[in-house]
Design a protein around this ligand. Structure first.
Ligand code: ADP
Ligand code: MG
Length: 679
């Protein structure tokens, strides 16, 4: 017995069924027990006088006439059933389930679950229930399932697992915390979430389950922090301050106060023997790249290697060109390594990284692959990408490396969510833009007002500037999207004939084609770029002053803000034109927010308010963790309590050595093992 047992230990689960359950992410008994329903159907028999219109209720009564199936058309039919409930006769109709007829026999009892129509005093049937419901639970859990696993299978298996484990189940939340926050033990949570006998029991179980989920998450973060804090896992990088100053002296501008502050924060971390795991947040254009360059140079002055990892090849090339220029007069050997680096070019680079002849390498994910060996990697910087997972860190550790990590993002996380999102990281914020930045004027027009907006496009083109036109992936099929983009490109090309060369960049192009177009745009051989792909637009084209975004309401605010940041990088004033006919008030509010707000942090907070945490957390791009029962915004006070409890626990017993913490320790060890698997 035990929660770690594979599901094949349960009766009726063979290899085949185990495979099916694995499609739901279920492989262990414990995972099954904590695979909770996402809602409940109320199977309690209701007094009809109390039932509200359209409420889903259970009726129990006697079948007073043989059920009748009426067919209309080839596929459509309905089954009418007359049930005597107390003193009334109720008509229950099931649509398109003629086989249910055999379940009812005149003169016998029947129980059905369905939607009550209070005006007509009828019900649309949804389910037939067993009549001996006396010992059946009154709330039936509805589980997230797929085509491989049925609801009923899941219910049976959960029941079997519960019967097997309930008596011996340990608790991951320590007793003192359970007492303090009045929380149920794990076995009671499992019972109340799966088989509640009353809504009070379901509610109590849910409350405890929410704390439990947050607590486990926060404990994982604490464990990571412990890991980071140990000098055995980190590096001290004794950089040369004088050399660093010399580099900063050569910059064509003065660093902003915020840039200086974050350089100091990062450098202090690097000098300390602990592992650095730091997030650098700063709005688009706030100058993160130069901060990265300075701290990478710091590592190099201490004879370490540094790596800069970016999401796309074009971006890698651009960073490579910029940094080559920046370090022209400094003793820094640079290399560019991406998926499309030829085998012949790759060989000397791999050799240089292995011997230490190369100090700074810029590239895509290719940088941390198995075949790449480093002599002395001291710092990894990740630009505009999701968090550097425990996975990748482990890949490096297996090579005997434990570099400091700096992740950079222009998608600020609202402060309220930061402790969950980046809990194991320290955060540095660049809170101001360089002086003299031209503000970007944002306007929102409806599709039929596009003509007016085009005059701005024309005048900017006439002034020698360039224009982005972004169109999202909207249609179900990529084909239609491409047609839309091609049409748009064609229309703009005609409208601006003689004024601008228009080109189209889309996601289905080969990388080489995309890059050729991006390069031509950067070189001003193309003046208006229509693009369906957003990532490639991450490149720097200071001469571009207009960002048109078609169907802007289809993008998230953070994404719109990112796109907007692609202009306004040069000396001239810049414009962002949102073209959208939002379908609801939220859409209108989002467009208005974009027009009014240019501060990325404020925007993130508003995005949260408009979309709700559920949407943001569910969004894979956000990089935020997903919770099953808990909601980080609605349950924020619980999150805070769980965070403080976990921190206090680790402070008092950093290795969780007390016997009582056994189940918690086992859980954390398992999670660490799982996330440690190489991808
Ligand atoms: P981010 O990566 O944060 O979006 P970048 O690092 O690309 O921003 O910087 C945007 C532009 O601002 C670059 O052209 C960069 O050279 C310039 N820049 C950076 N810091 C300063 C500064 N302190 N003063 C003036 N310009 C700066
Ligand atoms: Mg950048």
């Amino acid at each position: 017995m035990g929660l770690m047992d594979p599901l094949t230990e349960l009766p009726g689960v063979g290899p085949k069924r185990a495979e099916q359950l694995a499609t739901l992410g279920l492989t262990r008994v414990g995972e099954l027990l904590f695979y909770f329903p996402f809602r409940y159907d109320d199977l309690q028999v209701k007094d009809l006088a109390e039932a509200a219109d359209q409420e889903k209720i259970t009726l129990k009564g006697v079948v007073v006439a043989p059920p009748v199936v009426t067919r209309f058309g080839a596929r459509k039919n309905r089954l009418n059933l007359k049930l005597q409930v107390a003193h009334a006769v109720v008509l229950v109709t099931f649509f398109n389930q003629p086989w249910l007829k055999d379940k009812f026999e005149e003169g016998t009892e029947a129980a059905v679950y369905g939607k009550w129509d209070a005006k007509r005093h009828t019900m649309t049937g949804m389910k037939v229930l067993a009549t001996q419901t006396a010992d059946a639970p009154s709330l039936a859990g509805i589980y997230p399932v797929n085509k491989h696993v049925r609801q009923s299978t899941l219910v049976e298996l959960v029941r079997a697992a519960y019967d097997r484990e309930a008596a011996t189940m340990g608790n991951v939340v320590p007793a003192a915390l359970r007492t303090r926050f009045r929380l149920l033990p794990d076995a009671a949570i499992v019972h109340g979430m799966h088989f509640p006998e009353s809504s009070a029991e379901a509610k109590a179980a849910r409350r405890s389950a929410i704390f439990r989920e947050f607590f486990l998450f926060e404990c994982q973060i604490q464990a990571l922090r412990e890991d980071n804090a140990s000098p055995a896992n980190g590096l001290a990088i004794p950089y040369d301050n004088t050399a660093l100053r010399a580099l900063i002296q050569t910059l064509p501008f003065e660093l902003t106060a915020a840039q200086k502050r974050v350089v100091n924060e990062i450098c202090a971390d690097m000098r300390a023997p602990q592992h650095m795991n730091r997030l650098l947040q700063g709005d688009v254009g706030s100058g993160k790249t130069i901060v990265a360059a300075i701290v990478m140079y710091a590592a190099i002055t201490a004879r370490y290697q540094a790596a800069l990892m970016v999401p796309t090849e074009v971006l890698a090339e651009q960073h490579f060109a910029k940094l080559t220029q920046l370090f022209a007069d400094f003793p820094v050997e640079l290399a560019l390594l991406t998926g499309s680096t030829s085998a012949a070019a790759r060989r000397p680079i791999l050799a240089g990284l292995k011997t230490g002849a190369i100090d700074l390498v810029i590239g895509t994910h290719a940088l941390i692959q198995k075949a790449v060996d480093y002599a002395n990697l001291g710092l990894v910087v990740i630009d505009e990408q999701h968090r550097f997972g425990v996975n990748q860190r482990r890949v490096l550790q297996e090579k005997g490396l434990r570099p400091d990590l700096l992740a950079m993002t222009a998608t600020p996380i609202p402060r309220t969510l930061a402790i969950t999102a980046y809990g194991e990281m320290d955060v540095s914020n660049i809170t101001e833009l360089p002086k003299g930045r031209q503000p970007i004027t944002t306007t929102w027009v409806r599709k039929n007002q596009l003509g007016g907006a085009m005059s701005r496009v024309r005048s900017e083109l006439a002034a020698g500037h360039q224009v982005f036109a972004i169109t999202p992936l909207i249609a179900e099929s990529e084909k239609i999207d491409l047609q839309n983009a091609e049409q748009l490109s064609e229309q703009l090309s005609q409208a601006l004939a003689g004024q601008a060369k228009v080109a189209l960049l889309h996601g289905q192009m080969k990388p080489a084609e995309k890059e050729a177009i991006m390069r031509a745009f950067a070189a001003n051989e193309i003046q208006l770029l229509v693009s369906t792909t957003v990532v490639e637009v991450g490149v720097d084209v200071p001469n571009a002053t207009v960002m048109m975004i078609f169907d802007a309401d289809r993008f998230g605010l953070a994404q719109l803000h990112q796109l907007r940041g692609r202009v306004g990088r040069g000396q001239a004033a810049a414009y962002c034109i949102l073209i959208a006919d939002p379908k609801n008030e939220t859409g209108v509010a989002r467009m208005e927010t974009m027009v009014q707000t240019t501060d990325g942090f404020k925007l993130a907070e508003k995005d949260l308010a408009l979309r709700g945490a559920g949407d943001i957390f569910g969004d894979k791009q956000s990089g935020l963790p997903e919770f099953k029962v808990a909601d980080p915004v609605a349950d924020y006070p619980t999150l805070t309590a769980a965070q403080q409890s976990a921190a206090a626990l680790f402070k008092q017993d950093p290795t969780l050595s007390a016997a009582e913490y056994g189940p918690l320790r086992a859980y954390l060890a398992l999670r660490q093992q799982e996330t440690g698997q190489l991808d």
